[in-house]
Design a protein around this ligand. Sequence first.
Ligand SMILES: CC(C)(COP(=O)(O)OP(=O)(O)OC[C@H]1O[C@@H](n2cnc3c(N)ncnc32)[C@H](O)[C@@H]1OP(=O)(O)O)[C@@H](O)C(=O)NCCC(=O)NCCS
Length: 186
Amino acid sequence: MYPVERSSARLSLRELTIDDVDAVFAIYGSREATEHLSFEPRSREQVGQIVARSMASSTTVPRSEFALAIVERETGSLIGFGRIAMDPHQQRAATFGFALRPDAWGVGYGLEVVRLLLGLGFEELDLHRIWGARSPLNEASAKTMTAAGMIEEGTIRGHILKAGQWRDSVVHAMLAEEWAAQSRTA
Ligand SMILES: CC(C)(COP(=O)(O)OP(=O)(O)OC[C@H]1O[C@@H](n2cnc3c(N)ncnc32)[C@H](O)[C@@H]1OP(=O)(O)O)[C@@H](O)C(=O)NCCC(=O)NCCS
C-alpha cells in the first residue's frame, strides 16, 4: 500500500521524503527522545540512511515496512516518526513503534499517534495483531499504549542490547476485534 495518508484531529501520517532528514534527526538524534528506545542517539548520517531505506522499502510489493512521518496539521511540521513492521514469521501480525520530538510531548499527540498507527494497521492493512515493546522504565510509552486500549501482555527478558547491556522489554498489544469493539463504542 503506497502512499499512506491518514489523519486525526491534529496530526497526519504521510510517507517520508529526503527533505525530512533534519526533522527526523531532531528526534532520533536526541538523547531525551531516545533514552528508552532500543538504540543510542543516531548521527545525522545514520538518520539519512534510515530515511533513504524507509523510502526504498515503501514501494516494495508486498510492503513489509511502513516508516512514516507524523506531521502536525496546523504547522505542516514533522514532529514524529512512526513505524509498523510486519512480523516475518507470524500471520497478519506486526510490531510498531513511535517517537515524538520532545517539544511536542505532553499535549496528547502520543495517544493520537498510537491510534493513527493502530487504525492504519487494522483498517487498511488487515492486521490481526499489533504489538509494541517498550523499556520497563518507559512510563510515558506504557501510559500512552494503555490509554489507546492496548493490553500489557508481559515481559520479554533480555530483548534489547543497548550500550553493551541486555534489557528486558514489556509487550503491549491489541487484536483486531478489540480495535473494532473500541471503534464501535467511540
Ligand atoms: C511516548 C510518547 C510518544 C508520549 O507522547 P505524549 O504526546 O507526551 O503522550 P500523551 O500526551 O498522548 O500522553 C498519553 C498518556 O501518557 C502519559 N504520559 C505522557 N508522558 C508521560 C511521562 N513522561 N510520565 C508519565 N506519564 C506520561 C499522559 O499523562 C497520558 O496518560 P493519561 O491518558 O493517563 O493522562 C513520547 O513521550 C515520546 O515520543 N517518547 C520518546 C520515544 C518513545 O519512548 N517512544 C515509545 C517507544 S515504545
